[in-house]
Design a protein around this ligand. Structure first.
Ligand code: IMP
Ligand code: MG
Length: 182
């Protein structure tokens, strides 16, 4: 059992919760995309942990690419403005594309990404998101693979950061108030 990071107030999703869910998602994706020439697109930086785990939970041939977007700057509130910091290397034309996202908060980042990637004429375009915050989501999204609905609080771990830290925690949790004050 991993020792709890002292800055974490409450664990929202344990390592076991996440690992069993990701295994299930990988199994479902492998069934749905059998013979489909799957291309997974991870949204950096947050999705790098989820991408590594889901990659190994998928048993069919698949390709992987990443793009980096920034929607938050370094604060804990969404700005609604999405910047592409690194674009994909691969051409999406006629590919079956599955976007891997760590968390959907307002949904603004993903709705921008969907519009952008649709313009590249993939054969199909679906979303896989580990977490959503339904109470604060501002745009409706059709999320084909969904892990957990969590409360509308700021969380870190499993790829998610606060000022670039805590991404390496194997669980997801809230931060103690003093962390924001320091
Ligand atoms: P949205 O555009 O509001 O849906 O925000 C999506 C992005 O903001 C995610 O891909 C994360 O990188 C980041 N984000 C949203 N909620 C959290 C959180 O609770 N902790 C850390 N990052 C978050
Ligand atoms: Mg992200």
């Amino acid at each position: 059992m991993t020792e709890l990071n002292p800055d974490i107030e409450q664990v929202i999703l344990t390592e076991d919760d996440i690992q069993s869910k990701v295994a299930l998602m990988g199994k479902q994706i492998s069934e749905d995309y059998r013979d489909a020439d799957l291309l997974l697109v991870g949204v950096l930086k947050g999705a790098f942990v989820m991408m590594a785990d889901i990659a190994r939970a998928i048993s069919i041939p698949a390709e992987f690419d990443f793009m980096a977007v920034s929607s938050y700057g370094s604060s804990t509130r969404t700005s609604g403005i999405v910047r592409i910091l690194k674009d994909l290397d691969l051409d999406l034309h006629d590919r079956n594309v599955l976007i891997i996202e760590d968390i959907v908060d307002s949904g603004l980042t993903l709705s921008y990404l969907l519009k952008n990637l649709k313009g590249r004429k993939p054969r199909s375009l679906e979303i896989c998101a580990l977490m959503t915050k339904p109470e604060v989501q501002e745009v409706t999204l059709d999320i084909r693979y969904h892990g957990f609905a969590i409360p509308p609080t700021f969380v870190v771990g499993y790829g998610l950061d606060y000022h670039q830290r805590y991404r390496n925690l194997p669980y997801v949790g809230t931060l103690k108030p003093h962390v924001y004050e320091d």
